[in-house]
Design a protein around this ligand. Structure first.
Ligand SMILES: Cc1cc2nc3c(=O)[nH]c(=O)nc-3n(C[C@H](O)[C@H](O)[C@H](O)COP(=O)(O)OP(=O)(O)OC[C@H]3O[C@@H](n4cnc5c(N)ncnc54)[C@H](O)[C@@H]3O)c2cc1C
Length: 368
């Protein structure tokens, strides 16, 4: 089948890129699994926060908010960051970083932190920061909205495609799958943890992507504790977090264990670390774990996503390295991929915030 754009990977990255590209031509999104959100996209903590990641991440996050607001994908949550006596420097760093962007992010008293999160142990922490504007995200809704946008614009999602393998033809790209062969002048590599493997199979220089496993659990809250209105509780150095999730508590030890690309499974050790950290910081007792899972957050060395044409392979575009920010940055990332893959200028809102294409280009990783 001949088309204009082929996107490899049907997670939130491939779906948003596919949706935006479909405004410019015929698009086919190829997903290995039967279900497009099976891997990292379906395993996130679903938090939107403008106080996470480096400058580029923060710009992409802020630029994504109008899309989420337009579709009603955000709901109030807030975050209370806590720091122990040994974490003073981390609190100061976070406050300084927070000043660079306009959102509300301010130190609150211990009493105020305990009022917002009564299950914190008063002797565990010395300082706290409140981010009232952090929200929960409807991840399924976001992913489905991109896939609907793709379909509405005449694009196609092909699931159960197996491992799509791209090869240059001299005039463009040919991608072989279990569902047939697809040809296009442009291929977008949005294969999540597998993005370097897709590149290597295509003869394209890899970007040094490292998938890192992160574990999460849900457990029952005490029956007399109204969990729903709590903010997320987050260690200032991200060694654990917890938040309400459908009447239960979702918690993570915020692990980052390097892994091969795979169907990530939770490790019992990480689950035990999670329980220990939550029980030391709060009065919660983890008596019954109702669900546990793990997902791969994939990073390159500078923790900035890679978007742009591969310097060694014309027509092969990267959309990878979304790390722990891939849902909350997905609308802006999709627009950015569409701009670079069609040769258009940087979207005006991103340019106005000072983002330059070179900051995301793969070249930066090969400079040294
Ligand atoms: C525990 C946890 C908590 C997180 N919390 C948050 C959060 O609060 N907020 C946030 O914004 N982000 C969060 N993230 C990160 C976010 O989930 C990811 O950044 C995002 O889902 C990455 O999307 P993706 O489409 O790149 O990857 P994926 O969803 O993994 O999609 C890649 C797809 O490519 C497919 N694929 C791979 N190779 C091929 C091939 N050769 N052919 C065809 N298909 C292929 C795979 O099957 C897969 O479906 C979290 C992640 C984890 C694990």
């Amino acid at each position: 089948m001949d088309t204009d754009f082929i996107v490899i990977g049907g997670g939130v990255a491939g779906a948003s890129a596919g949706c935006e590209l479909a405004a410019h031509g015929r698009v086919v999104v190829l997903e290995r699994e039967d279900t497009p959100g099976y891997h990292t996209t379906g395993r996130s903590a679903a938090l939107y926060t403008e106080n996470y990641g480096n400058r580029v991440i923060r710009i992409l996050t802020i630029a994504s908010k109008p899309f989420f607001d337009r579709h009603g994908f955000l709901s109030p949550r807030g975050v209370v960051f806590v720091g122990t006596a040994e974490q003073d420097a981390a609190i100061e760093r976070a406050l300084a970083d927070g000043k660079a962007f306009p959102q509300t992010f301010e130190e609150i008293s211990k009493a105020e932190a305990l009022r917002r999160l009564p299950i914190l142990r008063p002797d565990y922490f010395t300082r706290a920061i409140h981010e009232p504007d952090a929200t929960d995200m409807d991840v399924h809704g976001i992913h489905q909205a991109f896939l609907k946008g793709l379909r509405d614009r005449g694009g196609q999602l092909v699931t159960s495609a197996g491992d799509a393998v791209a090869r240059p033809t001299g005039k463009g790209w040919e991608v072989e799958t279990r569902q047939g062969t697809f040809r296009a002048p442009v291929v977008v590599n949005a294969a999540g943890a597998w993005a370097d493997m897709v590149a290597e199979a295509a003869g394209v220089r890899p970007i040094g992507l490292v998938p890192k496993r992160r574990t999460a659990i849900t457990f029952d809250a005490p029956s007399d504790t109204p969990v729903h209105g709590w903010p997320m509780g987050l260690d200032i150095e991200e060694t654990f977090y917890f938040k309400p999730e459908a009447g239960r508590v979702l918690a993570s030890p915020a692990d980052e264990t390097p892994s091969d690309p795979c169907d990530a499974q939770p490790d019992e050790y990480d689950v035990a670390v999670c329980v220990d950290r939550i029980e030391r910081a709060t009065t919660l007792q983890v008596r019954r774990i109702t669900h546990k899972w793990a997902g791969l957050r994939s990073f390159v060395a500078d923790k900035t996503p890679v978007v742009g044409e591969a310097p060694d392979a014309p027509g092969f575009f990267w959309c990878a390295g979304q790390g722990g920010y891939g849902i909350m940055t997905s609308p802006a990332m999709g627009r950015l991929v569409a701009a670079v893959a069609t040769g258009a200028a940087m979207p005006a809102d991103l340019a106005a915030m000072g983002l330059a294409p070179a900051e995301l280009a793969a070249q930066r990783l090969f400079a040294a």
